[in-house]
Design a protein around this ligand. Sequence first.
Ligand code: F6R
Length: 242
Amino acid sequence: MDIIRVKNYQTMSEKACGYLVDKIQAAQKPVLGLATGSTPEGLYKQLIEKYQEGAVSFKDVSTFNLDEYVGLERKDPNSYHYYMNEKLFKHVDLSIENVHLPNGAAGDLQQECRDYEASIKQAGDVDVQILGLGLNGHIGFNEPGTPFSSRTHVVDLDESTREANARFFESKADVPTQAITMGIESIMESKEIVLLVSGAKKAEALARLINGEISEDFPASVLKQHPQVTIIADEEACVHIR
Ligand code: F6R
């Protein structure tokens, strides 16, 4: 794992943007793996700016998001589909047919998981997967204890994750209890992974990732087994790292 230390959230977002723009320009049909949450918002803003400046086009880009809440329709303002539309998709020249998120409102969730896996394979696997880091080490919605061999699946969300995400909802009670997430093995099949980590509240999780052992109790630790991982972390997140 390479670690790029940057000053703050802004510089983390700029660095990640530069990284993705280079990848988009280098590939004929780039396949990006995307995340939601607070961490990548600055990256998406930067990408929109680059697009508006004419420095990058998304017309040949396909995207696959890590996860989606179960039970929320795409147009629900709390769905990850809605988030992605607002934060990135509607502002750039991505083709709607190239955008993929699990459908959390699917009638048959197991079939939806299988179909999602198949569509990633059909696109030729993810070239660069963007990840955020959960406070408990989750990646996607793969909570502690998830087998490293997991594929796209339905998960029961940890109480701590529902609490952390309650800030986007009116109350914690409104946070769905389940989600569909790409599995750990599915994530690990991405050709490259970029993990973004910002802020003091992530410092312990980042230190555990760097210094701790590889264990299903801390899902992000699996990244140490991937040949091509870049962590872009800001000063506050790096306080416990020498
Ligand atoms: C989001 C996702 C999650 C987040 C993680 C960190 O699609 O898969 O794993 O990346 O919960 O969230 P933030 O960035 O809000 O701290």
